[in-house]
Design a protein around this ligand. Structure first.
Ligand SMILES: [Zn+2]
Ligand SMILES: [Zn+2]
Length: 151
């Protein structure tokens, strides 16, 4: 349990969990919380289409297997930071997995956009949206002008 207690993010929405809880997705045990690394890994993946499992590792939505100490994440078992072990009620059910996959897909999409446009600050998506709207507005005005002039 090398990385236990390091996680600070809600495993469903990957937003910072205050005092171990997420307003939307309920309280979590410390070892259920996702880490920044988990979120980064989620950003590298592709989450759609998503096939939920009966139970999944809350940190990576991966397969779990029953071990000596409880349910352990198969994918991370031999890594530096193994996920779990979890009690069966600490695993993510189907609804939580679907929700988690949708949120992870959002991170992944943002990461892909970021990759295409080079290194950016984490705060940029909000600014991007505003800039996008300005661009759309400008393009609309331009299109209207062109339409007016070509008449
Ligand atoms: Zn949450
Ligand atoms: Zn896992």
């Amino acid at each position: 349990m090398a990385g236990a207690g390091r996680g600070r993010l809600c495993p469903v929405c990957l937003r910072p969990a205050r005092d171990g809880g997420c307003v939307e997705h309920g309280p979590w045990a410390p070892h259920q919380l996702a880490t920044i690394d988990d979120r980064r890994a989620a950003g590298r993946g592709s989450w759609l289409p998503f096939e939920p499992l009966m139970h999944a590792c809350p940190r990576c939505l991966g397969e779990v297997a029953e071990g000596r100490h409880g349910w352990e994440c198969v994918e991370s078992a031999h890594g530096r930071d193994p996920h779990g072990p979890y009690r069966v009620d600490e695993l993510l059910g189907i609804a939580g997995q679907r929700n988690g996959a949708a949120c992870r897909e959002r991170f992944a999409r943002r990461a892909r956009v970021r990759q295409r446009s080079g290194p950016q600050l984490p705060a940029l998506p909000a600014i991007d949206a505003a800039r996008l709207w300005r661009l759309i507005a400008a393009a609309t005005v331009l299109a209207a002008t062109v339409a007016f002039l070509s008449r």
